[in-house]
Design a protein around this ligand. Structure first.
Ligand SMILES: Cc1cc2nc3c(=O)[nH]c(=O)nc-3n(C[C@H](O)[C@H](O)[C@H](O)COP(=O)(O)O)c2cc1C
Length: 217
């Protein structure tokens, strides 16, 4: 019996190694991109642009730019109260760059910012406008997340595996210049053929308990 959508969702994992170097066929790539574009978004604003990078040289240049970025070890979530790097997270930039060295394709997601007009504007607005602006950003990101997951699941359906690399944003300026765009870099969905299974310590055990779910029956 074929896999159902539920099977696919429950089997999706981040795969960062074991890629066999085989290219991704055009039809699969086309389906993945169309699934991304079919995602729901607030006000149908489609706050994304997808850059499909299928050239080895470009992928390696992005990986190199990530490794060359300043402060890669402190590229972890920061505490908004103190501005300090959170010690409970470790930087994954080097590992993420290594994924781009291996995969045949990465889909870089550019943030098109219909509500917030981009981080440059967001960072300069007055305090009394901040709440609604940040909510606008959250809505944009929910749409981007839907597009990402649509693409990732479609890739799985075509026998492809990979990982989303938010770390790519550390090389934002280089990526913008390599790919010729100005919007923010939200990350890259790296995809290829791999039969590896995810291993610790990069991954917490998949499928945690249901304690993040509350039933109000
Ligand atoms: C927004 C976002 C950013 C992520 N950034 C990275 C990254 O830069 N490098 C990486 O190796 N994994 C990254 N991941 C993958 C997560 O680490 C992974 O989804 C999580 O550990 C759960 O594992 P699973 O995907 O195998 O279920 C990211 C995932 C998301 C959704």
């Amino acid at each position: 019996m074929g896999r159902t959508l539920t099977d696919l969702i429950l089997s999706r994992r981040s795969i960062r190694f074991g890629f066999d170097g085989a290219p991704i066929d055009e039809q699969a790539l086309d389906a993945i991109v169309r699934c991304g574009l079919a995602a729901p978004s607030s006000k149908n604003s489609m706050p994304w642009r997808l850059h499909v990078v299928a050239e080895r040289r470009l992928l390696s240049e992005i990986a190199d730019a990530m490794r060359a970025a300043p402060n890669i070890t402190s590229y972890v979530p920061h505490d908004p109260m103190t501005g300090r790097a959170r010690p409970d997270y470790r930087s994954t930039v080097i590992d993420s760059a290594a994924v781009l060295d291996e995969v045949p394709v990465a889909i870089v997601i550019e943030h098109v910012a219909p509500f917030t007009r981009g981080l440059d504007v967001l960072l300069t607005i007055e305090r009394d406008k901040l709440d609604s602006a940040l909510f606008g950003l959250a809505l944009e990101m929910i749409g981007v997340g839907a597009a990402l997951e649509n693409m990732w699941l479609c890739a799985l359906d075509h026998g492809l595996h990979g990982c989303f690399l938010g770390d790519a944003a550390i090389a934002e300026e280089s990526i913008q210049s390599l790919l010729g765009f100005e919007g923010e870099v939200l990350g890259a969905l790296a995809l290829g053929h791999s039969d590896a299974t995810p291993v610790p310590p990069m991954d917490a055990p998949a499928r945690p308990g249901l304690d993040r779910v509350v039933y109000h029956a």
